[in-house]
Design a protein around this ligand. Structure first.
Ligand code: C2E
Ligand code: MG
Ligand code: MG
Ligand code: MG
Length: 289
């Protein structure tokens, strides 16, 4: 009895694993194809300067819509790209695409001060990355300060000897590095001494409960103080409510990002959003707000 049950369970798991493995292989092939045929997209989420309430920049976020599998979340395809050796290519694509888009907006007179691109730890193994970035910026008539690169604490768990050299060179060239998901990882504050970052990005998890949880509120303030004491810009992400925004604004946060202002948008919709913001500024109703 127990034996048959055991066997039954075993075959159940092995079928299950087969399905997962096959699905993964199919997705990997599809991602390879999508990258080769330029089928990924970037959406752009506005970031707001909390002092001026003007646009501070936009974060570029990768999107993949597959004709058969449908919409696949970056939470799924970014780790997949990392595991199957496609993350280098994806990083290059995102940098080129974001710079091309910003260059295009500038040419058309749209005020987008900066674009922020997410890179994975592996992207910094490439010693050619800093030069590639400089070339891409120049091709699109952009300057280094027009580009921010978002990194996570994981870059320091990484022992690749090129990483620190690459990060320093990017910083020295004048582009900004932003510590994404700040406060969510396992690292100690030690990495802030080592990494040439210009910006801290408070993790959404601190913002979520900030209205009701004193500890979240205290920690978001502590993060701001850490950033300010190192002369860094501090931005909060995942802001969905007015109440969250006003607490962070009172604490002295420099910039804000979240659904409260806008979801990540395809380029044309972001342009419409920019125009709408401009109209709000010039219409008399906004004075009362
Ligand atoms: P992230 O860099 O921390 O990006 C912020 C994520 O939070 C985005 O999810 C964004 O859509 C979402 N978000 C922004 N505001 C709000 C809000 O108010 N509420 C909620 N619930 N969510 C909000 P997304 O686009 O699904 O991206 C997930 C993660 O995937 C990103 O986290 C980033 O780590 C990674 N990722 C996305 N695009 C790229 C890329 O081009 N390259 C690399 N290496 N990673 C990327
Ligand atoms: Mg990010
Ligand atoms: Mg983040
Ligand atoms: Mg994240």
């Amino acid at each position: 009895q127990a034996k048959t049950q055991g066997r039954g369970r075993f075959s159940f798991f092995s079928n299950e694993m087969n399905v997962v493995a096959q699905e993964r292989l199919a997705l990997e092939a599809a991602l390879r194809e999508a990258l080769a045929h330029n089928q990924l997209m970037l959406h752009y989420q506005p970031q707001i300067d909390m002092k001026t309430e003007q646009i501070y920049g936009v974060e570029a976020l990768a999107r993949w819509y597959h004709p058969v599998f449908g919409e696949i979340s970056p939470a799924r395809f970014i780790p997949l790209a990392e595991e199957c050796g496609l993350i280098g290519e994806l990083g290059h694509w995102a940098l080129h695409e974001a710079c091309k888009q910003l260059g295009d907006w500038r040419k058309r007179g749209l005020n987008v001060p900066m674009v922020s691109v997410n890179l994975s730890p592996t992207n910094f193994h490439n010693l050619h990355l800093p030069q590639m970035i400089m070339n891409t910026l120049a091709e699109n008539s952009l300057s280094p300060k027009d580009l921010t690169l978002e990194i996570t604490e994981n870059v320091l768990l990484d022992t690749n000897p090129s990483t620190m050299k690459t990060l320093l060179e990017i910083h020295e060239n004048g582009s900004r590095l932003s510590m994404d998901d700040f406060g969510s990882g396992y690292s100690s504050l030690n990495y802030l001494r080592k990494l040439p970052v210009s910006e801290l990005k408070l993790d959404k998890s601190f913002v979520d409960d900030i209205e009701h949880d004193e500890a979240s509120k205290a920690l978001s303030y502590a993060a701001l103080c850490i950033g300010e004491s190192l002369q860094l810009t501090v931005i909060a992400e995942g802001i969905e409510k007015d109440g969250q925004y006003s607490i962070l604004q009172k604490q002295g946060y420099h910039a804000a990002q979240g659904f409260l202002f806008s979801k990540p948008l395809p380029p044309a919709s972001l342009e419409a959003w920019l125009v709408e913001q401009k109209n709000k500024e010039t219409t008399p109703q906004s004075i009362a707000v």
